[in-house]
Design a binder for this molecule. Sequence first.
Ligand code: CO8
Length: 258
Amino acid sequence: MNKYQYIKVESRDSIGFLVLNRPKVLNALNRKMVREIVEALEAFDHDDSIKVIVLSGEGRAFAAGADIDEMAEDDSIRLELLNQFADWDRIALIKKPIIGAVHGFALGGGFELALCCDVLFAAENAQFGFPEINIGVMPGAGGTQRLTKLMGKTKALEWLWLGEPMSAKEALHYGVVNRLIAPEILMEETTRFAQKLATKPPLSLRLIKEAVYKAVDYSLYEGMQFERKNFYLLFSSYDQKEGMKAFIEKRKPKFEGR
Ligand code: CO8
């Protein structure tokens, strides 16, 4: 049973599927919807039967941004007190891989949500952009930071200032997305990739994700110290013993995530 109002969730073959489900308004993200997304991600993260999470949108868009109707009358003090971005911050604490499958529009908060994914697969018809400038604001859920870290200052400024959409091809060129896929096979290809990840030892997936994100913020030296500790940590796992034993015995490993 779907307990959520604005999203759909489903588990299949060790993959947790989260689908944004407000297609009539192109999956515009209202605050309750963001809360639901975060709660569903956390539920998948704590579910031992789930190895990988796939995030996508229902209808003709991934998400066309924050719900403009909801925030049109907001003021600064109300926003400060609401502290809505605390929910967004929780997304960065998800330990399992999150694969985004983006088709159609991924604008504003929708683009920011896509940028919260670890890996992005884009349909050839996907359009990414930060149109906030055209309605007198700017990104607020990490867009200026994550986009700049991905594509560099000069290109990020061009997109953020102009507010024009970036084609999927451009997004690929600038390293914003991993792969371009024909729209009709987007979910199939994303699922295939998620299935591959789901066969890997979950603790390695988890500690690699953690270490790679440190590379974004830490100096090389600090990052390497962090990586080393995670490397050592994996030698306490069953899967390290099993993986290496299986190699020596020339058989396929059976990973257990412990
Ligand atoms: N908010 C609310 N409703 C929306 C939104 C939105 N962001 N985007 C689309 N809709 C609604 C439309 O109002 C329309 O509703 P209705 O049928 O009732 O009139 C329906 O979705 C379909 O949209 P259109 O008829 O406009 O469809 P088009 O194909 O003609 O155009 C566009 C598609 C170009 C995507 C157009 O809808 C558009 O420009 N949308 C707004 C894009 C935008 O400005 N996004 C940024 C919003 S600001 C933001 O995201 C700030 C992030 C801050 C942090 C995040 C907190 C969650």
